[in-house]
Ligand binder design. Structure first.
Ligand SMILES: Cc1ncc(COP(=O)(O)O)c(C=O)c1O
Length: 399
């Protein structure tokens, strides 16, 4: 490997949400950022920008839009993204929140497919809407979409938007083109606008290619907006930069209005430099990263099958967030309700391992914990050791 993903960097005391929120002894494997230094080209670009020494308001330049367009065309076969289709903003959360604002009225329903990214819920409520839950089907250790239920939910006249997560956090699915086409057909037929959060799109594993919603037939794309960003894959979440991509000029105009209403239309100077360096110069780093992450996943699976066979690990098609079904660790007589929270607290307080509790992703996450495996292998080994101690301790402890 040309790039180094093995070095342990101490992130404590750097005002890191992941590392500095809990006790210094706890190993954080929760929030979605990675313990790897970013690609050299990104660091160099940021250094050049820093050396300039002046950080006034940023005019987003044409070569920023060219970098976005060229990346999605080269990497994902998504052609024809032009400057007028791209609205830069400060993050994917502000991006989808503005899209919700643009395509709903207070009291509308926004369809979500649970378990889903926890920050979908506040964005829906902050826009005075309510969620309509189209829970994924969990069968034989796999997730799939409940299309019959989606038909029903989409037919509700109050349902005006579907907030899609492609690839899906935390279920780890990378939606296939056929699945997206069925979603698109149901939504278009029922007048439901699709907002597709594609922040995890670069992080996919062998046999699971990402299909941009924007590459579906035009009739569907015209009733959609895609929110994407290089921040997850290139580990620059703290720099805060994202884009909304939409084809229909009227859709772009409405989102632009909402972005301006929310006052989140100015971007960070470092975000512009980092995005260009990521998309234009860091592809080799990204491919090595994906190989490293996939090996981490294989190692985790191997560990679980040997040491913790009662934990069921969902297939990781994309993202670096492993979804662990720990429901068999519920103690005899222990109520199902609150089990995930109790187990999560036990792992944190007794085993020194911070995971994300399954139920923050909706009721469908009961029994699950989400583990972030984007770290050097040595740290993953330690995390797995703590997981084993914690789970065994939980099972043996008195309720
Ligand atoms: C699906 C999804 N969307 C959005 C975000 C956050 O995006 P941002 O930090 O750009 O607001 C995350 C972070 O984990 C995520 O998993």
């Amino acid at each position: 490997m040309k790039y180094d993903f093995d070095t342990l960097t101490d992130r404590r005391g750097t005002e890191s949400v992941k590392w500095d929120e809990f006790s210094p002894e706890a190993l954080p494997m929760w929030v979605a950022d990675m313990d790897f230094k970013v690609a050299p080209a990104i660091r160099e670009a940021l250094q050049r920008r820093l050396d300039h020494g002046i950080f006034g308001y940023e005019l987003v330049p044409q070569d920023y839009f060219d970098a976005v367009s060229s990346w999605f065309s080269r990497r994902h076969g998504w052609e024809g993204i032009r400057r007028e289709n791209v609205i830069p903003t400060t993050g994917v959360i502000p991006a989808y929140s503005a899209c919700i604002k643009a395509f709903t009225s207070p009291g509308d329903k926004v369809i979500v497919q649970t378990p889903c990214y926890n920050a979908f819920f506040p964005a829906i409520r902050n826009n005075r809407c309510e969620e309509s839950v189209n829970a994924l089907i969990y069968r034989d250790g796999q997730y799939s979409i409940d299309f019959n239920d989606l038909e029903r939910k989409a037919a509700d006249p109050r349902a005006t938007v579907l907030l899609l997560c492609n690839p899906q956090n935390p279920a780890g699915r990378v939606w296939k083109r056929e699945e997206l086409l069925r979603i698109a057909e149901i939504c278009l037929r029922n007048g439901v606008f699709v907002i597709s959060d594609e922040i995890h799109c670069e992080l996919t594993y062998p046999g699971h290619d990402y299909t941009p919603y924007g590459t579906l037939p035009e009739e569907y794309v015209l009733r959609s907006a895609t929110c994407c960003s290089p921040t997850k894959a290139f580990n620059i979440a703290g720099i805060q930069i994202a884009n909304i991509i939409a084809k229909d000029p009227d859709v772009v105009r409405k989102i632009d209005r909402a972005i301006n209403d929310n006052e989140c239309c100015d971007v960070n100077v470092f975000g512009v430099a980092a995005l260009k360096a990521a998309y234009n110069e860091s592809v080799e780093w990204l491919d090595e990263l994906r190989a490293y992450l996939f090996d981490n996943y294989l190692m985790l699976k191997d560990f679980l099958s040997r040491e913790l066979p009662a934990v069921s690990c969902l297939p990781l098609e994309g993202t670096y967030l492993v979804w662990l079904d720990c429901s068999s660790y519920r103690r005899k007589g222990e109520p199902a309700e609150g089990f995930s929270e109790r187990l999560n607290a036990h792992l944190r307080d007794r085993a020194g391992l911070v995971l994300s509790c399954g139920t923050i992703y909706g009721a469908a996450g009961e029994g699950f914990q989400r583990m972030n495996i984007a770290c050097p292998r040595e740290r993953l080994v330690e995390g797995l050791r703590r997981l084993k101690n914690g789970l065994e301790g939980y099972k043996n402890a008195l309720p």
